[in-house]
Design a protein around this ligand. Structure first.
Ligand code: SAH
Ligand code: SF4
Length: 431
């Protein structure tokens, strides 16, 4: 979502006449888009800001002005504190207010009186109505269709930083999708914090779900691949499962985070699914499309997690055989219910569990990648590789694949035979 937001901010700035600087020393404006999901992500901002200030000081000595701005969820969480902690920050906007950036910059440069402005409202109007039209930045594009969350998992800041669930109207999504396709996109990834609780209005004002939206988007001429992320397990409907059977361009790879395999921990996390529900959904999805493979997020060391709870997470991993996954140590986030639970798990135990889990996840990932050797797969080549003549693309399963080939194949889908595999990537040759 932050990649998408950053691209939209760049669109706005370009419209204002800004161009991308090659390096920070040359930049008149330095803007950080930030994540607050775990402590490490949030703390990184303050060290990056310190470095930006040092560069701004050097530029000032040379008679150059630098505007420093911060966007995103750290701003939402810290509010005015952000200016107290980093007084040299010129402006800060939360994730629902970044459409204000052009006006803030105009006010600052014209009147020079808006120093230290902070915008963290959850506005009644959607920011999407104020953003300029965007163009594809490559063969694969993200498209935000839903934002915010009403689930309040006890460890998570998202409902506080991104606010309540909001779904963009169907017509807006289709308009943006068409524009992205017309400017070069062949793969679309529909985004939302809980994309499968999408409930946008259609052209007649009727509320529609994600399954409906996927079918409408899949009909657009020129689109070759479709994905959506991230889904909340309890909101996977039979209609959505049927999409995996019916929509040919819907890729056979789904990110469906379970977080923990222990029902006791899932309950304490306030997740609306238990491990049995989750496994049944995976089964139904794979009945709808037997080629479908899964990825997930995991949290280890949630307050109260015992060895037995952790073993149940490993059991789920052994059952589902994820082909990719993101796993994290539980991070205590101020203001969330889990942060004040009195049964916090020791850091050392969290680390041990994360090591064990990641070893298992990586071995599954490697086994899947190796099982692809000798197979022929359609690969969408998205970027040039490090070596001359090399292109890097993605398989339907989101695996990175590199190949020596004509650069004319960039942004095309080519049939490739997989000749080698590691944990993180594949290599192939044209057939
Ligand atoms: N809406 C999605 C996830 C969005 S947050 C879902 O419910 O699955 C992305 C991931 O960050 C989560 O899946 C979770 O694994 C991780 N995460 C969120 N809060 C965390 C915390 N306090 N500590 C560790 N990981 C966290
Ligand atoms: Fe956070 Fe996802 Fe839970 Fe919402 S559903 S609170 S975004 S982890």
């Amino acid at each position: 979502m932050n990649v998408y937001d950053s691209a939209r901010i760049a669109d706005m700035l370009q419209k204002e006449g800004y161009e991308e600087a090659k390096k920070q020393e040359e930049a008149d404006l330095v803007l950080f888009n930030t994540c607050h999901i775990r402590e490490k992500a949030a703390e990184k901002l303050f060290s990056d800001l310190g470095r930006a200030q040092a560069v701004a000081e050097e530029r000032r000595a040379a008679g150059l002005k630098t505007v420093i701005g911060v966007a995103g969820c750290v701003v939402q969480a810290e509010d005015e504190q952000i200016i107290r902690r980093a007084p040299f920050v010129d402006f800060a906007v939360g994730p629902l207010m970044y459409h204000k950036i052009p006006q803030i910059l105009r006010d600052m440069t014209e009147n020079n009186e808006y120093k230290g402005v902070v915008h963290t409202d959850f506005p009644a109007d959607s920011k999407f109505d104020f953003l300029p039209e965007n163009k594809a930045q490559g063969a694969c594009s993200y498209l935000a269709v839903q934002e915010g969350c009403n689930n309040f998992c006890t460890y998570c800041v998202v409902p506080y930083t991104r606010g309540a669930e909001y779904s963009r109207p169907v017509a807006d999504v289709l308009k943006e999708a068409k524009r992205l396709i017309a400017t070069g996109t062949v793969e679309l990834n529909l985004l939302g914090q809980n994309v499968n609780s999408y409930h946008g209005e259609d052209e007649q004002g009727k509320e529609r779900d994600l399954a409906y939206l996927l079918r409408r988007v899949a009909e657009l001429d020129g689109l070759r691949r479709l994905r959506y992320t991230t889904s909340y397990p309890a909101d996977v409907t039979d209609e959505l499962i049927a999409c995996h059977r019916d929509i040919e361009i819907l890729m056979p790879y789904l990110h469906l985070p379970i977080q923990s395999g222990s029902d006791r921990i899932l309950k304490a996390m306030n997740r609306r699914h238990r491990s049995g529900d989750y496994l049944r959904i995976v089964e139904k999805l794979q009945e709808a499309n037997p080629a479908l493979r899964m990825s997930s997020d995991f949290i280890v060391g949630f307050p109260g997690e015992t060895d037995e709870d952790f073993q149940q997470t490993l059991d789920v991993v052994n059952r589902v055989k994820y082909i990719q996954a993101f796993s994290f140590k539980y991070s205590r986030r101020a203001g969330t219910p889990a942060a004040v639970m009195d049964n916090q798990v020791e850091e050392k135990v969290k680390k041990e569990r994360l090591d064990i889990l990641q070893k298992l996840l990586f071995s599954n990932q490697e086994a899947f990648n190796k099982s692809c050797i000798g197979k022929v797969m359609p690969v969408l080549f998205e970027q040039k590789g490090r070596h001359k003549g090399q292109l890097i693309g993605r398989t339907p399963y989101m695996q990175n694949l590199h190949i020596e080939t004509d650069s004319a194949n960039l942004n095309k889908i080519i049939e490739v035979e997989v000749i080698d595999a590691t944990t993180n990537s594949l290599s192939g040759k044209e057939i």
